[in-house]
Structures are given as C-alpha cells and as structure tokens.
Design a protein around this ligand. Structure first.
Ligand code: 13P
Ligand code: SF4
Length: 298
C-alpha cells in the first residue's frame, strides 16, 4: 500500500516536473519520495538552485516560505497548511519594532525559524549552522531573535552580549540535563550530539553542538559507534539511514508539526497543486534581502 503510494508520487512528480524537498525530521516514508533531504540551510540552498516548476516542501511553514521567497516565480506547495513551527509564531512584530526603537543602530539577526514578516523586519537571517559566524561578523549591538537557547550558545561562542528574545522550541526546551546524563550513564561509550536549540547546560556537556546536517557529518567521521542525539527524535531515523553501522539514542520528543506531513498529503498536494504558499508583496522583497545576505555569507 505504502509502496503503491510512493510510486504514484514519483510518477506524478516526474509528470509535473516537480521537486520534493524534505527536512531531516520528516517521517522515514517521506524520505523515499524526496529529491533532497537536509537541514534548513541546505534546503534553502537547494530551493534557490532548483530548475523545477513546482516545489513540494515537506517541512514546516517557515521553510516553505523561505523556498517561495527565494523562488517567487515558482509554485511552492506545503502539503499541510497547519504544519507550523510554534517558535516562529513567538515573534510579535509590534514588540520587535519597539525593541528596534529602543536600540537604534542595532542589527537584527533572525533565525530561519521565523515568519516572512519577521524576516522582513530583520537585517540578516541565520541558521544554527552559521549563526555564530554571522553574529561574529557584525559590529555593534545585535538583537537576536527568537531562540534564546541558540542566542545564549552564540554568546558563548562569540563572547558577544546579545539582546535576546524570550523564544524557544517546545521540543528542545523540554529536554533536561539530568535525562541526558542518565542516558549517558546507561551508554557510557556514547558521544552526546546536541542541537543548539537545547538548553545551555546540555550544550556545555555535549561532545558536539550543531544543526541537523552537521550531526550526520559528525557521527560519520567520529570513531565512536554510539551517540545520544539531543534533537527531535526523527533525526535518529535519518542518522540510521545514512550511517547504518552505528547506534543512535534519541533524547528529545517528537515535533508534531513536522509529522503532520504524510505520504497521502504529499500525493494530494501534488495532484491538486495545493496548498500554495503566498507571501504578501509588501514584505517579500525585504525578507528576500535578509535571506539573500545569509546565503551570500561565507
Ligand atoms: P536545522 O536547521 O538544524 O535543520 O534545524 C531546524 C529546526 O527546526 C530545528 O528544530
Ligand atoms: Fe519548530 Fe521545534 Fe519543530 Fe523545529 S522542532 S520545527 S523549532 S517546533
């Protein structure tokens, strides 16, 4: 049944000259229909270079929006319009404008997990992979939105004091240091790899802190055979698929929003060309500028 649906999607994809991009946290069956699986930065870069007419984005709202902003002439589809990242919804635009007024001259660095409207109010976008380098390159005050854990980690890496926003990811924020330590006791040979959306006390005891793409690279090249993965539990499926000889233990729970995307919804989305991502004209250009600055950043 699942195989049948996979084949139907692959056929339709070919016929419609579409490309399917999937985030690492997607369900394993979504990997089977994806042309590319990656982290936020990798997916943005793929979206920018694709020649396909239609992009089906298997991820959450802000990722599909980023693909649309970078490809305004293409049709970008999000198979479930309710697949929304709660962290992206934690920025109130009026409060952000007030904060900017209080700190005139401060540069606003916004995490990619934000709405198009928030990106339009920002100077430059970042992902967990490049956040520290981007902040390091800026002179003067920096307002960093919305993830306070990533912000604190960037502060430690760069030695700069940032103006932080009280945002967080519900999945990473609820992991406790004691839980990770208990898992490490159970698997004393394991290395701890953590996403920087996790609390700072966990990041401090981790062997590696990186985005989801970095986790694959680190676990592949490490001499160790076992890893405690402090990020959304689906990442372990992705790691097991890429590195079958090693063991991965998930320390965080599931992102319900990411898991809203199913094979059935991908099929329906491609068949009926729904749900199309639309960005209001008045914010599209400014959001593209902020995203473009990130992609140009080396
Ligand atoms: P990555 O950019 O590391 O893939 O992370 C995206 C995300 O939503 C983490 O919760
Ligand atoms: Fe948003 Fe957290 Fe889900 Fe990532 S894991 S999409 S930050 S809610």
């Amino acid at each position: 049944m699942e195989k049948e649906l996979v084949n139907k999607i692959l056929e339709l994809k070919k016929k419609k000259k579409a490309v399917i991009l999937a985030h690492n946290y997607q369900r394993p069956e979504i990997y089977e229909v994806a042309d590319f699986i990656g982290d936020s930065l990798e997916l943005s870069m793929k979206a920018k270079e694709t020649k396909a007419k239609i992009i089906v984005f298997c991820g959450v709202d802000f990722m599909a929006e980023a693909a649309k902003i970078l490809n305004p002439k293409k049709k970008v589809l999000l198979p479930d319009p309710e697949a929304k990242c709660p962290m992206a919804a934690m920025v109130n635009i009026e409060r952000l404008r007030d904060l900017k007024k209080k700190h005139p001259g401060a540069r606003v660095v916004c995490y990619i997990n934000t709405t198009a409207e928030t990106k339009a109010e920002s100077d430059i976008v970042c992902t967990s992979m490049n956040a520290a380098n981007i902040v390091d390159s800026l002179e003067g005050e920096v307002i960093f939105i919305p993830d306070q854990h990533l912000g604190e980690w960037v502060e430690e890496k760069t030695g700069k004091k940032l103006i932080l926003w009280p945002g967080f990811c519900i999945v990473h924020d609820s992991v406790l240091l004691e839980e990770v330590e208990a898992m490490n006791k159970e698997h004393p040979e394991a290395e701890v790899i953590s996403h920087p959306e996790s609390p700072i006390d966990i990041l401090r005891i981790s062997d590696c802190v990186c985005g989801t793409g970095g986790m694959i690279k680190y676990a592949s090249s490490s001499k160790k055979k076992e890893f405690i993965i402090v990020t959304e539990e689906g990442m372990c499926n992705r790691l097991r698929r890429e590195i079958p000889g090693k063991k991965f233990y998930p320390a965080a729970g599931m992102c319900q929003n990411m898991k809203r995307i199913t094979l059935e919804k991908v099929y329906e989305s491609l068949k009926d060309e729904k749900y199309e991502v639309k960005i209001p004209k008045e914010i599209e250009g400014r959001a593209r500028e902020a995203l473009g600055k990130m992609l140009e950043f080396r």
